[in-house]
Ligand binder design. Sequence first.
Ligand SMILES: *Cc1c(COP(=O)(O)O)cnc(C)c1O
Length: 498
Amino acid sequence: MDLMYKSTRNADEKVTASEAILKGLAGKGGLFVPEEIPALNIDMDDLTRMTYQETAYAVMSRFLTDFTEEELKDCIAKAYDGKFDTKEIAPLTYTKDAWHLELFHGSTIAFKDMALSILPHLLITSARKNRVKNEIVILTATSGDTGKAALAGFADVPGTKIIVFYPKYGVSPIQEKQMVTQKGDNVFVVGIHGNFDQAQSGVKKMFSDPELAEVMDAAGYQFSSANSINIGRLVPQIVYYVYAYAKLYAKGEIKKGDPINAVVPTGNFGNILAAFYAKNMGIPIAKLICASNENKVLYDFFSTGTYDKNREFILTSSPSMDILISSNLERLIYRITGNDAAQNAALMRALSEEGRYTVTPEMKAQLADFYGNYATEDETAQHIRNLYEETGYVMDTHTAVAAAVYAKYRKETKDTDTKTVIASTASPFKFTRSVMDAIDKDKYRDMTDFGLVDELSRISNTPVPKAIEEIKNAKALHDTVCEADEMERVVKQFLKIE
Ligand SMILES: *Cc1c(COP(=O)(O)O)cnc(C)c1O
């Protein structure tokens, strides 16, 4: 029997995995969640013998049960190939007191590649399985990294178009350059005068507009989402937590069944939710350590039980985590209501109407697996500098937020024995300015961004990643900028409808 997916806001909406991937978002703004989290049920000794691709099949086949073995293996083979600069795909590196699970070896050197290299293939396969005739239009709001990873994943994939909206003044210069230099006949990149949350709200509005859907359908198009709300993004992210656990076991770092902690630098709550799903599949993860930057909505939520987005939006040196509405948290909220779509929908209505909601004490009690904390800008920079000085390892700003929060966790809880994995979400080369500033601001102040790239390569003894080499001399191909309330007009213009 197939594992079905239900909407977090409507108990009657139930679809297969491939339908959930195609739709992206459920009706009424709900998210699709699997009716239950399947058990992994594979002996650890067998898991350690698996490649990344084989692990991916073991995990994903349990979630995407309406895909045939051939279909899923084909998607996996096309995704996790030579685009990654290491055969391991997600290598583990030990530094000081934790294992860094490096999720940045794909084509855009950030962790979004882990899911976005496979999503286009899952989507095309889903379209074929469901006999979709329309062309699929991917609408994406990005805080920086998703945009480029989605563009790279979908560029020139037949039967698809992709439109990416990013906050014009809310991404790093290298992130922006990566996006606006994207080639492909089916890609479109737009900067908006607004922040990420406005971009995301604009996209969500278009998704849930039935009139727009009709206009699109008449023109032979339908929307789908590459944002981390798509179950096709979430499921591939579970894989590397399973893989990391098996690798630690293979290295003799842990014995069968030993717990590990996972520290995840968090924005939209997708990556850490994947770790939570891995735990629910049977991987012994003790604490899920949720690390925020100064936009610490999640820290406040875990401490008080109140989620409140009514606050100043802060631009930090970890822009991919500058988020006040962590969309994927809804999947956890739904779960702690006891899968009560009506109760969850009421909370989400409060979030959209008043900008806040409070969970009940019974719900809050179910969050004990999570530990939340945050790092200030100074703490983040300090951790980059200290780790570099102690070990020579250079981490990016997002990973540094996680490292700083992990240090707080160790100090506060005295849990210093549990082996710990830090999700290392971006290459330092993607955020060179902030990283080099953290190491020695005075020395690097006057260097250009690309000058800093070479300097970083020298001091860290790491070659400049191909992704950066490629954009050094590339031409900007996209220069569209619009207001947050003009996004729909821009989409129609690009698709030449109306
Ligand atoms: C997207 C992103 C994050 C946040 O991940 P979520 O799944 O949104 O919580 C952290 N670090 C980097 C580098 C990212 O690109």
